[in-house]
Design a binder for this molecule. Structure first.
Ligand code: EPU
Length: 334
């Protein structure tokens, strides 16, 4: 096992924050996990680095998940079960599925990060969440020193949430995920922008490929490409508030957008709240708020993680003062 020492993580996180890892290992063989378990050193698991903010040098061992492979493990007349290793790029899995015409994850095209991160935060976009297709998640459990498979229900999925952020936080190394995809897709174009984009593309016959390409175009037009401007997608979650609170806000802000969660709760887009507080397009030194989507904080070059954290604090405070809503961060902070 070749542990590297004092390695810069700049190219391993999409924010492009330059902090060192004390020890670093590219893990491309799951058979090393039992041996790694015996190392008495704090372990941090890194996938695509697209949902983390690094605020200080990382003590201990950063394990870069490089487990690769996608295989069809089962199929019947209507469905196919694909097993993807956790280090596969998420978008490669989407491309693989749409190429075969299998449906379920086409609305999640172009989300940065790895397959292993998908269940952790139950990635979601354009009316679809990963939990709708995840059949099971297999992990190496550091405490139990064995491999455990969790079925969909065990994963306790919620909005950008799962058991891997709570009971299994720091306990499980996700090695692979099984997805149940459909051979007869029922297309989800409920998100208004998709319909519009399909029309602009001149699509007359729906297909998983057409939807994926429409989603890719929408994402490219709104979200900054991490290869060009450092960012980690949505920095905050969209807050859920009570209907009573929402009715009060509606009196003051008649244009406030919302989505019904249930009879008592409403979700409000954090991007709108942040924009209303005047942050859209804001820049200070190398930190900023994206000009086309206020939910995305950016690093224009050499911002430090703590500078971005500080900006996020100021945003939280101003939204709290104006709307009485406490924004919750979506990114993981190291
Ligand atoms: N809005 C504004 N100003 C902004 C941004 C948004 O007024 O600066 C308004 C929009 O006009 C719209 C509403 O807010 O009325 C929603 O905006 P959008 O469709 O862009 O989606 P979002 O709620 O801001 C969520 C996800 C994204 C996902 C999109 C599309 C979260 C935290 N974010 O954003 O996920 O791509 O929906 O489904 O739920 C991510 O998690 O990293 C991510 C990019």
């Amino acid at each position: 096992m070749n542990l590297l020492q004092n390695i810069s993580l700049k190219t391993f996180n999409t924010f492009g924050i330059d902090v060192p890892a004390e020890y670093f290992l590219e893990l491309d063989n799951g058979n090393l996990l039992p041996e790694l378990t015996e190392l008495s050193i704090t372990k941090h698991i890194l996938g695509g680095g697209s949902n983390i903010l690094l605020t200080r040098p990382v003590k201990g061992l950063v394990l870069h998940n490089r487990l690769k492979g996608i295989i069809r493990i089962k199929e019947d007349d209507t469905h196919v079960w694909l097993k993807a290793e956790a280090g596969e790029l998420w978008h490669n899995l989407v491309l693989y599925a749409i190429d075969k015409g299998w449906g379920g994850i086409e609305n999640l095209a172009l989300i940065p990060g790895t397959v292993g991160a998908a269940p952790i935060q139950n990635i979601g976009a354009y009316g679809v969440e990963a939990r709708e297709t995840i059949a099971s998640v297999t992990c190496w459990n550091w405490d139990e020193k064995t491999t455990i498979t969790y079925n969909n229900r065990d994963c306790k999925f919620g909005y950008r949430d799962s058991i891997f952020k709570h009971d299994l936080k720091d306990k499980a190394f996700i090695t692979s995920v099984v997805f149940k995809l459909t051979k007869q897709p029922g297309f989800n174009t409920s998100y208004g922008a998709i319909e519009q984009e399909l029309e602009e593309l001149g699509v007359t016959e729906l297909s998983v490929k057409a939807i994926a390409y429409a989603v890719m175009n929408i994402r490219k037009s709104k979200l900054p490409d991490p290869a060009v401007i450092g960012n980690a997608g949505s920095f905050f979650k969209n807050p859920t508030i009570t209907k009573i609170k929402f009715t009060e806000l509606l009196q003051l802000f008649p244009n406030i957008p919302s989505y019904n969660v249930n009879d008592n709760l409403v979700k409000v887009p954090a991007g709108w709240l942040i924009e209303q507080c005047g942050w859209k397009g804001y820049r200070k030194n190398d930190t900023g708020v994206h000009a086309k989507q206020s939910l995305v904080l950016v690093n224009y070059g050499n911002a430090g993680g703590s500078e971005i954290w500080q900006l996020s604090d100021e945003i939280v405070l101003s939204v709290k003062e104006r709307f009485g809503i406490e924004l919750e961060r979506e990114v993981q902070v190291w």
